[in-house]
Unconditional design. Sequence first.
Length: 209
Amino acid sequence: MSKVYVMDHPLIQHKIGWIRRKETGAKDFRTLISEIAMLMCYEATRDLKLQEIEIETPICKTTVKELKGKKMAVVPILRAGLGMVDGMLSIIPAAKVGHIGLYRDPETLEPVEYYCKLPEDCSEREIFVVDPMLATGGSSVAAIQMLKDKGVKNIHFMCIIAAPEGVERMKKAHPDVDIYIGALDERLNDHGYIVPGLGDAGDRIFGTK
């Protein structure tokens, strides 16, 4: 069953408080989203496996630990997910980056695919799918299914703000995918927006309406 981790780190909570403010402009919003993603990545990679290897320091030989096995990839759900990529790459700079393009139909609230480009060896990598908002769960469920259809098995999902409805939909559709959340909000409103939320993350990142 999916494990759901809601971040309680004080720096994450402080920065989420700032991106919620309606007066926070696009420049500061982008910076904060990137910083939150970096901090969340640090927390979400806590359980990565390590192995011991022998190296030589300027003084002597010694045994150190390094990441074991699978390489990583970050896959943002376009377009808002792009705002989280740089922050994650600052922690895992060797990760490759894929892109999944989905938009939500305003009538049905269901996701529609328009783009998918992934690393050739994505099936061999530990994949972090990122999107600032987990609202209805439609986009994230569809994106993860697209990855599974391409043979990807090791998938994690990371979002900054989530609604309970989206979390439940994700857990039901993908019980093998762990979910990392910056803040779990109250509910969705009649328009499918998270309450209290922060509005449309894509518009606020890119300064569009």
